[in-house]
Each structure stands twice: as structure tokens, then as C-alpha cells.
Write a protein that binds this ligand. Structure first.
Ligand code: NAP
Length: 322
């Protein structure tokens, strides 16, 4: 940090992307401040076993993995604030980041605020998160070998997840609240052609049941209100994701779904010195390992940007890039 209290890098977000950005920035002697959020750790905090993160050959619990990530960034001098950023001001250098009334200033900011899988909003859904309720088939399908699973949703994700799950599960029941699907025709056709997939339309899951793990879900017909109990070992909620980008709407270019836009092949945003990484940018891959990879890219981009500037702090920042 400079004598004026301006840091070289602030990382906003404490998931795989943010901690990896912090690790690389710390090892580059940039002394990053990581404002990691009150509920740090990101989406992996509601995951149980992670078996697809390279290096953990025997698998690891999601929260344990996030503690490891955090510890590794801390080991090289990363500093952490376990609170939520409430506001940013990217109108000029130094960039300003606020936690309530506390102001933090930096020459560069790496945005790694992630995304949240949409939830059904049931109390029982929360109870069984990581114990049968999942938001990622790629991550968790292998735990449901020869088991019965339910997928909720009518978009491309739901179709893709239903198809993918049939490689493992004995039966996949797709439950959708309408009888019309938002998914593209080709994705619907693929799922329709798969005889392991059963369809329940005009229905919602309104309760997840079980003792320690999921054993069934309650299905409610939205037209008749009739309820039935469907035996199931797993519930995959595939109703979309929301990027955590509200803080940045006045400053960063976002796409129509709220994901931060970055320059192709880079993590640079439309504001000089602000980089964005992980699921707040990426709505395609959404994996811990891809988020971590982007975190590394963000730190390298920030480091190069800082080196190229050679301390020209007064440069105006507001002009958008081409
Ligand atoms: P999405 O297109 O927004 O679809 C969400 C689905 O969940 C909709 O069918 C919606 O129902 C349903 N839903 C939302 N809230 C619900 C609730 N509370 N209870 C029950 N159902 C609810 O999201 P997505 O499928 O994740 O796709 C997001 C984007 O990624 C899309 O642009 C998609 O094309 C793309 N994508 C592409 C691929 C691919 O091409 N391989 C794969 C995955 C995703 P309603 O339809 O009734 O609103």
C-alpha cells in the first residue's frame, strides 16, 4: 500500500476466482486486500463432495476446499475483510470500494463476485443442500449412479442436466411449471428422445422430503393443486443463475442477463484498472476450476496493467474503451 493509503489491488469476492486472484496478486507482491463477503466461500459452501477439482484425488468437501484456497492466499500476504461491499465508485483513480462508511482505495480492482444458482425458495430445499439437493449436474451427477433423480426447470440447463444425468441415474423425472418449454427445440428433442427421462409438466416441487438425505419430493399440479409424492434420491434445481453484479451497474458494461462483459481473451472490463473474473462473467462453464483459472488471469492482467502505468495515478478513467 502506498503512503496515501492507496492499494495496488482490491479483490471483491471470496470464491475460487477471488481467492485465486488474491493468491497470484499476493505472490506478485501486490499485497491484495480481499473483500470476501460476509458469507465468503461462494457456491461451494453449499456443495458437499467435490470430486472434479484437479489435485484433490480423493475428493474434498466444498467448504474445506474454500478454506484451503483462502489459506493459500493468506499465506502469501493476502488480507481479508469478511464483509460485503456496499458501493463502488469507479469514476476516477484511485478506484473506490466501500464497506458501509469505510472507504478503500486502489489502483486496480478485480471483481470476482460470482453468481448464485436460483433456488426454489423452500425451507426443505435448504435443509437438504449437499444431501441430495444440487444445483450442478456436472458436479454431482456421479453421486447418483443407479438412483432416481428429479430435475426442475424448462430451459436449456434443465434439458442438458436431465440428459447428462441419464448417464448415471436409473431414472430422471423432469418437472416443469408450464407445458411450454423455454429451452431450444434441439435440446428438448434430445431429452424427449431419451427414454430414461420422464416428464411432469404444469407442476412444481413444493417440498423436499427425507430424514438425513432426500428420499422423495412432493409434486403439486399447478392447475388442480393435487399433490403426489415422487420417490427420489436427488433433486437437481436447474432454473437459472443470477450473476452478483448489482454493485456495478453504474460502472461496468453488463450483458442483458447482468453478466459483466470483458474484452475477448482478457479479463479487462470497460473501466481501466477494473478486471472481472469467474461466474460473474462466465455463464457457460461455471466450474470451480474455470473460475480459478480466470482468477489467475485477472491477477496477471492487473499486474501487467499496473506495471504498464508506472504510477500515473491521475489518469482519467471514465472514457469507455473501443
Ligand atoms: P432459463 O433459460 O432462464 O430457464 C429457467 C427455467 O426455469 C425456465 O423454464 C423457468 O420457467 C424455470 N423457473 C424459473 N424459476 C422457477 C421457479 N421458481 N420454479 C420453477 N421453475 C422455475 O435458464 P437456463 O436454462 O439456466 O439457461 C440460461 C441461459 O443459458 C439460456 O440463454 C440458455 O439458452 C443458456 N444455456 C445454453 C445451453 C446450451 O446451449 N448447451 C445449456 C444451458 C444453458 P418458465 O419458463 O416458466 O419461466
Amino acid at each position: 500500500m502506498s503512503e496515501s493509503g492507496v492499494r495496488e489491488v482490491i479483490v471483491i469476492g471470496g470464491g475460487p476466482a477471488g481467492y485465486t486472484a488474491a493468491l497470484y496478486a499476493a505472490r506478485a507482491n501486490l499485497e491484495p486486500l480481499v473483500i470476501e463477503g460476509f458469507q465468503w466461500g461462494g457456491q461451494l459452501m453449499i456443495t458437499s463432495d467435490v470430486e472434479n477439482y484437479p489435485g484433490y484425488a480423493d475428493g474434498v468437501l466444498g467448504p474445506e476446499m474454500m478454506k484451503d484456497f483462502r489459506r493459500q492466499a493468506e499465506r502469501f500476504g493476502g488480507e481479508f475483510i469478511s464483509d460485503d461491499v456496499t458501493r463502488v465508485d469507479f469514476s476516477a483513480l484511485p478506484l473506490r470500494v466501500y464497506v458501509g462508511d469505510d472507504e478503500y482505495r486502489a489502483e486496480s480492482v478485480i471483481v470476482a463476485t460470482g453468481a448464485n444458482a436460483r433456488q426454489l425458495g423452500l425451507e426443505s430445499e435448504r435443509t437438504f443442500q449437499g444431501r441430495g439437493v444440487s444445483y450442478c449436474a456436472v458436479c454431482d451427477a456421479a453421486f447418483f449412479r443407479e438412483k432416481r433423480v428429479v430435475v426442475v426447470g424448462g430451459g436449456d440447463s434443465a434439458m442438458e442436466e436431465a440428459n447428462f444425468l441419464t448417464k448415471f441415474a436409473s431414472k430422471v423425472t423432469l418437472v416443469h411449471r408450464r407445458d411450454d418449454f423455454r429451452a431450444s427445440q434441439i435440446m428438448i428433442d434430445r431429452a424427449r428422445a431419451n427414454d430414461k427421462v420422464e416428464w411432469i409438466t404444469n407442476a412444481v416441487v413444493d417440498e423436499v422430503l427425507g430424514e438425513t438425505v432426500v428420499t422423495s419430493v412432493r409434486i403439486r399440479d399447478v392447475n388442480t393443486d393435487e399433490v403426489t409424492e415422487l420417490p427420489a434420491d436427488g433433486l437437481f434445481v436447474a432454473i437459472g443463475h443470477d450473476p452478483s453484479s448489482k454493485l456495478f451497474v453504474d460502472w461496468l458494461e453488463l450483458d442483458e442477463n447482468g453478466y459483466v462483459l470483458t474484452r475477448p481473451g482478457s479479463t479487462a472490463t470497460n473501466v481501466d484498472g477494473v478486471f472481472a473474473v469467474g461466474d460473474v462473467v462466465d455463464h457457460v462453464y461455471r466450474q470451480a476450476v474455470t473460475a480459478a483459472g480466470m482468477g489467475c488471469m485477472g491477477a496477471l492482467d492487473a499486474e501487467r496493467w499496473l506495471a504498464a502505468r508506472e504510477g500515473h495515478l491521475e489518469t482519467a478513467l471514465t472514457a469507455p474503451r473501443e
